[in-house]
Design a protein around this ligand. Structure first.
Ligand SMILES: *Cc1c(COP(=O)(O)O)cnc(C)c1O
Length: 341
């Protein structure tokens, strides 16, 4: 895999740290759990979209775009990071936000990522839930083009073969780091949504023959849909990288038991995971993705899914900026963890 063949803006802070979480590991009494700090990739509080946007925004720039558009849910981290990249690269940014939850809380609708979008100078418009948001975005892009703008559109989550290159590269980074540390990784666990992270990782891991199983914890779609989305994107990504056929269908595993009521609606287990990471490790998770990913990791550990001598790496995909849009979910109860112990 030779990533320098693709346009890329080097704005991410890489490599991100790979560290043990010994207090969490001890509290759970399972495997040794490590954390890969992709919440610290830089660009407006960081997160997994930074690695994807390095390739996407370079393509936008190469195509001479003066306006970049993307879409996501109200508290989209991807939208906020795209707004930051556009600011850094001197492009305008216009965002379409989908109301997937119907939450009326003012913080949800104006604070967190929404606040940061505006701070970065992006403009935004809302859509009700359930529309084909990529189609909505393309329609708006056409109106900008009719007015002479050169528009580059990025699909939701930055999840196409270009964006997924960022995570194929991350796979190489993780394995190199582990080799330098003498760390044998037995499993990588992370939250999976629009599929680019898992698709890129699986292609990277397979292409370098790392032999590390990957487990995506779903945050939205049912298992068959999620795995199919990841598989299709992995095929496209492998082709783009010049290694077609490296990924087979059984390499794609998503566990969607931790979605709860739906996308963006925190479960009690998710809130508990957020408090555990905050109090045991000083690490901030988010209520939409990494909190649900961690809830899956915690529950599977308690159920004995991982053996004691395993090293499990939790890829922290970021998202803590959304916490400020979700203060209502925590209510007055700051003792969720104690109650659960
Ligand atoms: C987008 C996002 C994910 C999911 O990554 P995908 O590539 O969309 O599957 C996970 N965590 C956070 C914080 C995100 O913003």
């Amino acid at each position: 895999m030779h990533f320098s063949r693709f346009p890329r803006v080097h704005l991410a802070h890489l490599p991100t740290a790979l560290e043990p979480m010994d207090r969490l590991s001890k509290a759970l009494g399972g495997p040794r759990i490590w954390i890969k700090r992709d919440d610290c990739t830089g660009m407006s509080t960081g997160g997994n979209k930074t690695r994807k946007l390095e390739f996407l925004m370079a393509e936008a720039s190469a195509q001479g775009a003066d306006l970049v558009m993307t879409q996501g849910a109200t508290q989209s981290n991807h939208a906020r990071q795209t707004a930051a990249f556009a600011a850094r690269m001197g492009m305008a940014c216009h965002i379409l936000l989908e109301d997937r939850t119907g939450f009326k809380d003012p913080n949800y609708n104006n604070n967190g990522n929404v606040f940061l979008n505006y701070l970065h100078g992006a403009t935004a418009e809302m859509r009700p839930g359930g529309l084909d948001m990529n189609a909505e975005m393309e329609a708006v892009a056409e109106t900008f083009r009719a007015n002479g703008r050169s528009v580059y559109t990025i699909p939701g989550g930055g999840s196409n073969a270009t964006g997924a290159l960022g995570y194929a590269n991350a796979a190489m980074e993780i394995v190199q780091q582990a080799n330098a540390m003498g760390l044998r990784i037995d499993r990588i666990v992370h939250a999976t949504g629009s599929a680019g992270t898992q698709a890129g990782l699986v292609v990277g891991l397979k292409a370098i023959n790392a032999n590390i199983p990957l487990l995506g914890i779903g945050v939205r779609a049912p298992k068959p849909t999620q795995e199919e989305n990841v598989y299709n994107l992995a095929i496209a990504t492998a082709e783009k990288l010049g290694c077609p056929g490296v990924v087979s269908r059984d390499d794609i595993v998503a566990n969607t038991d931790y979605v709860g009521e739906g996308y963006g609606i925190p479960t009690p287990e998710c809130l508990q995971a957020i408090e555990m990471f905050a109090r045991l490790e000083g690490v901030l998770l988010d209520p939409v993705y990494s909190g649900k990913g961690a809830a899956g990791l915690i529950d599977l550990t308690r159920k004995g899914e991982f053996s004691h001598d395993e090293n499990v790496v939790f890829l922290h995909t970021g998202g803590a900026a959304a916490l400020f849009g979700y203060t209502h979910a925590f209510g007055d109860d700051t003792s969720i963890m104690q109650a659960a112990e």
